[in-house]
Design a binder for this molecule. Structure first.
Ligand SMILES: Nc1ncnc2c1ncn2[C@@H]1O[C@H](COP(=O)(O)OP(=O)(O)OP(=O)(O)O)[C@@H](O)[C@H]1O
Length: 581
């Protein structure tokens, strides 16, 4: 019987409509995709995983769900590996587990070059590129790259040496001509390539990419996969999850790992998949894309029994005979001999998990923060504008209220309005903007760009001047227009209380934004602020509070009796929000 899938794999030869690259079928004599000038300097990585399980808690009284069922596998060095399977099969979970991104509820063992994975060492040689491209939209491609280079390359390299690395990567990834385009203005394919470019700066040996082709047109898909293939053949191990590749795209992968409902259906080379299916008694029909066919099998379209047949044949990922020259695949013992500990000791550089010192991380992040702040229409420009406009509005509403004894209640209302403004606007702004920043933070921190401490210090250093300027503008406008006593001491107290309120509200927003998503945060932020007002004595006299609620006056940062409490609560909240971030 003629095996159509095999023929498709053999016969792919086409030119894609790409900006820079002529795409040639893998395996052809012209299969010479561009590669980086800087090759990996360390030994390639061979990964093996055995009996991997992953269980998630579904909530109180809802039990748990097992996503991965004791899967095994081998990711060979210098290979482009596709983890395939239907939606919900556990592809992303397996990628998360092997990369170390997910550690809770995980069982089994992962071996790197024959030895148990040591997370700190493994993180130094690997990177994880998530499905959603987490790049700084306000910075240009060049700026994104140079910040990444400053954080990930040794500080002893000068800007020309770093520039060479950046030029090499951007040229090879077809992004050089977009050097001055802002991240937010890049197309989907360009954003994906920039995500890869950012991680290539420190030349990782292992790259994990979650669905790198999702949302891209076929030519961009081909570009990205061909790029991954050439990077893999240069000495890296590249593992991607992929939904359902076309026959041509499928042929670019060296190795395939197919999952169905958390179990392995096939593991081996792309070419061997068709013979494997035939041997299992489920041959791929003529002119059928083998990638489509195995996904249909994994979905149970040809019967659940076929899934069991394939899982048993693949021994849930233990079977290695569908790799090329499988008899010569090194055992764990052989790998340990090949990569002795003495060599690994030489390769281990420094005790710190990040590439550069904390002080370098802080200064680069502060530089990036100010660059972003200068261009940020929301966090900077809108914030200052809102403070001017609201200041003028309140000033006009309570004009001269501070000068007339008969208008003391109006003055009280003015103070209440000022506190509401200082409480709500910084808090809501932070709750709405921080979650998107948080996803970038998670990616960059996981990929060892910087420590959380450096990040936290830098965002505070960048934000403090903007908060102080906005608050000062607002305070001067309101204070003058409402004709409050022109005594420097009184104004200083008024401004100090205002800035304390702004900073605590911002920290509160940061804490809510770090824990909850935008929807929950937007609901919880204002809701939690209501008790703050209540305990501060607005509407409820503190004398009337039942004794068991007295503690509330200590929690409320709006409590007017003694603002010295702000000073007590401020560092506490800052520490909590910093710790949680
Ligand atoms: N934290 C979680 N809580 C509950 N269920 C989860 C959790 N994480 C994953 N799952 C479930 O585990 C299964 C596998 O999820 P996973 O994201 O790994 O699938 P996938 O194969 O990558 O799917 P897709 O291709 O659609 O992204 C899904 O059914 C998913 O709903």
């Amino acid at each position: 019987m003629m095996l159509a899938g095999a023929e498709i794999v053999e016969s792919v030869s086409y030119k894609a409509d790409t900006e820079n690259a002529e795409v040639i079928a893998p395996g052809s004599s012209q299969d010479k995709a561009p590669g980086l000038a800087k090759l990996p300097t360390k030994d390639p990585v061979d990964m093996q995983f055995t009996n991997i399980t992953c269980t998630v808690n579904l909530g109180i009284n809802k039990g748990s769900k097992q996503i991965l069922h004791g899967v095994n596998g081998r990711f060979r060095p210098k290979q482009l590996i596709a983890i395939m399977g239907p939606s919900g099969a556990g592809k992303s979970t397996l990628l998360d587990v092997i990369s170390g991104y997910r550690i809770t509820g995980v069982g089994g063992a992962i071996f790197i070059n024959g030895r148990g994975r040591i997370m700190k060492r493994f993180k130094k040689m690997s990177c994880y590129i998530q499905q959603d491209d987490r790049i700084q939209g306000l910075l240009t491609v060049g700026e994104n790259m140079s910040i990444a280079a400053d954080l990930k390359l040794p500080t002893k390299l000068d800007k020309y040496e770093k520039g060479e690395v950046i030029e090499d990567i951007l040229t090879n990834l077809g992004l050089y001509e977009h050097m001055n385009t802002r991240g937010a203005q890049l197309s989907g394919g360009q954003r994906k390539r920039l995500s890869i470019a950012l991680e290539l700066i420190n030349n990782p040996l292992v790259m994990f990419l979650d669905e790198p082709t999702t949302g891209l047109d076929s030519s961009s898909c081909t570009q990205v996969v061909q790029l991954c293939r050439s990077l893999a053949h240069q000495g890296r191990t590249i593992v991607c999850t992929i939904h359902q590749p076309s026959a041509s795209l499928f042929a670019f992968f060296d190795q395939v790992y197919v999952l169905a409902a958390g179990k392995c259906l096939y593991q081996g080379t792309t070419r061997n998949m068709v013979p494997y299916l035939e041997e299992a008694g489920i041959p791929c029909p003529i002119y059928h894309n083998p990638a489509d066919y195995i996904i249909e099998l994994a979905c149970g379209e040809y019967g659940e029994d076929k899934i069991d047949v394939l899982t048993n044949k693949a021994e849930n990922g233990k079977a290695l005979q569908w790799f090329d020259n499988w008899e010569s695949i090194a055992t764990m013992e052989a790998l340990r001999k090949q990569y002795p500990l003495s060599v690994m000791k030489e390769q281990d550089s420094g005790s710190s998990i990040e590439e550069t010192s904390q002080s370098n991380q802080r200064s680069v992040l502060i530089k990036r923060g100010f660059l972003k702040a200068k261009r940020d229409p929301t966090m900077t420009h809108l914030r200052i504008m809102v403070n001017i406009v609201v200041g003028i509005m309140l000033g006009a509403l309570f004009i001269n209220a501070g000068n007339e004894g008969s208008r003391v209640f109006e003055n009280y209302n003015l103070l209440f309005a000022i506190l509401m403004h200082h409480m709500m606007s910084p808090m809501m702004l932070t709750i709405l903007t921080f979650p998107s920043e948080m996803s970038i933070l998670l990616k960059e921190h996981f990929n060892r760009w910087y420590s959380l401490g450096s990040y936290y210090i830098s965002i505070n250093v960048v934000d403090l001047p903007i908060s102080i300027i906005s608050c000062a503008i607002f305070s001067v406008i309101v204070y003058m227009m409402s004709a409050q006593p022109l005594e420097p001491g009184r104004f200083a107290m008024f401004f100090a209380i205002s800035i304390y309120t702004v900073l605590v509200a911002q920290s509160f927003g940061l804490m809510v934004g770090a824990i909850f998503n935008v929807v929950n945060g937007t609901f919880l932020g204002p809701t939690l602020s209501v008790p703050m007002m209540m305990f501060a004595g607005f509407g409820v006299t503190l004398r009337d509070l039942p004794p068991y609620l007295y503690w509330g006056s200590y929690v409320s940062y709006l409590f007017s009796d003694t603002h010295a409490r702000f000073l007590k609560i401020l560092p506490c909240l800052l520490t909590i929000s910093g710790g949680i971030s």
